[in-house]
Write a protein that binds this ligand. Structure first.
Ligand SMILES: C[S@@+](CC[C@H](N)C(=O)[O-])C[C@H]1O[C@@H](n2cnc3c(N)ncnc32)[C@H](O)[C@@H]1O
Length: 377
């Protein structure tokens, strides 16, 4: 078919990392545009987008990958559609060109130290994830080996450092003792380098901890930030809900707004404060940790609110609070348009859509970021 191409990666089609490599990049954008428009239409909205802001390079765009260990000793990603079968990756076109060597070093470590991979089905073994993060604009690189039990691996620290420190600026061991199949760690041991990775977006420097959420496509995160700033304008007072480590809050404070940020992850809030100071806006920002549906911050009607919730969308209490407080402008950043179009129906009882833009933060996948400016009628 005209729209189909030979995938660039030898693992495409089997690997769950890239579902759309067989499609031309232009076709991917058209499919995303059509999917967003269909979802809007089916939810009864007249708004339509004309195009998707493309990613300049649809490969090597990610700044973070969570490579996982398979129970047979694979180091790579889950197979397409599977939760416990793995692809032993010899290459990966999502993160950076050093990835294959890093994964090879992890494989070698597992063999020479005789440390078994974690078995996600039977909950036994030790090595769980190799998380690699890159500061695309700083050249920094952070590697975290996630294990079930730190005490069972620390005597190999020297060997791990010898193999992996030359490939990164920061090296961690992290422990996730839970059966949950996540790379989030409870405890860390820093083996090498500074404790944070630093990334720079639109001239703003962000310190990032191994557990932190950070927009995974640095180039497009810059575009997303510009869109959000353009939609939000420069209000005197701004509220950033689901603020993470201050990605939008610091950018808006730098434009002159007084910003309050709220976020569930206490560690992210600590970083937001550090990042605000790093960028000279500590006096214009205030951050608080907690679930937004529990904190339910007081919102004044002349405030602008940025909302960037997880894929599950807004808690009903948060939506109610917004509709009761009636802030003049809401900028909604959605990483799951299917959820957003349903919430839009409720917002429309009071708000009109002034602008809408879709950005491709996730080439080779069906995902798309949708930013909407809602203005009180
Ligand atoms: C899509 S991320 C956006 C983060 C940030 N705006 C950014 O661009 O880096 C969603 C954030 O919502 C946070 N979160 C999830 N559930 C939450 C809740 N109930 N209350 C507050 N924050 C929550 C997550 O920890 C995560 O940092």
């Amino acid at each position: 078919m005209l729209h189909e191409i030979e995938p660039a990666c030898p693992h495409a089609g089997v690997c769950g990392g890239c579902l759309w490599q067989h499609l031309r990049y232009e076709t991917q954008q058209q499919l995303k545009r059509d999917a967003v428009n269909l979802a809007l239409k089916e939810a009864g909205h007249a708004e339509q987008i004309t195009s998707i802001v493309p990613c300049p390079d649809p490969f090597y765009y990610r700044n973070r990958m969570d490579y996982t260990m398979g129970w047979k000793g694979e180091v790579g990603l889950k197979k397409k559609g599977s939760w416990n079968h793995y692809v032993d990756l010899t290459t990966c076109l999502l993160l950076d060109k050093e990835t294959p060597n890093t994964l090879e070093q992890v494989r070698a470590l597992m063999q020479e130290c005789h440390v078994p991979p974690w078995d996600v089905k039977f909950h036994r073994g030790l090595m769980r994830y190799c998380v690699i993060r890159c500061g695309k604009n700083t050249g920094e690189r952070m590697v975290t080996l996630v294990v079930k039990d730190l005490s069972a691996i620390t005597h190999y620290s020297l060997r791990i450092t010898e193999r992996l420190a030359p490939l990164c600026t920061t090296l961690y061991l992290g422990e996730n003792p839970e059966i949950t199949d996540l790379s989030i760690c409870k405890t860390f041991q820093l083996l090498h380098g500074p404790k944070y990775l630093t990334e720079e977006v639109n001239g703003i420097r962000y310190h990032i901890h191994p557990n932190s959420f950070f927009q995974t496509n640095t180039v497009m995160a810059g575009e997303l930030q510009k869109t959000v700033l353009a939609f939000a304008g420069t209000p005197r007072s701004l509220l950033d809900l689901y603020c993470g480590l201050g990605f939008f809050a610091i950018a808006t404070a730098k434009q002159g707004s007084m910003v309050r940020g709220y976020e569930l992850d206490a560690q992210a809030i600590e970083l937001a404060k550090i990042n605000a100071a790093l960028n000279g806006v500590a006096d214009r920002t205030n951050f608080e940790a907690g679930a937004i549906e529990k904190l339910l911050p007081i919102i004044s009607s002349d405030e602008t609110v940025i909302i960037d919730p997880p894929r599950s969308g807004l808690h009903p209490k948060v939506l109610d609070t917004l509709l009761t407080a009636k802030p003049k402008t809401i900028v909604y950043v959605s990483c799951k348009y299917q959820t957003f179009v349903k919430e839009l129906t409720q917002f429309k009882s009071l708000y009109r859509v002034e602008k809408m833009e879709a950005l491709d933060l996730f080439p080779q996948t069906p995902h798309v970021e949708l930013v909407t400016k809602l203005v009180l009628r």
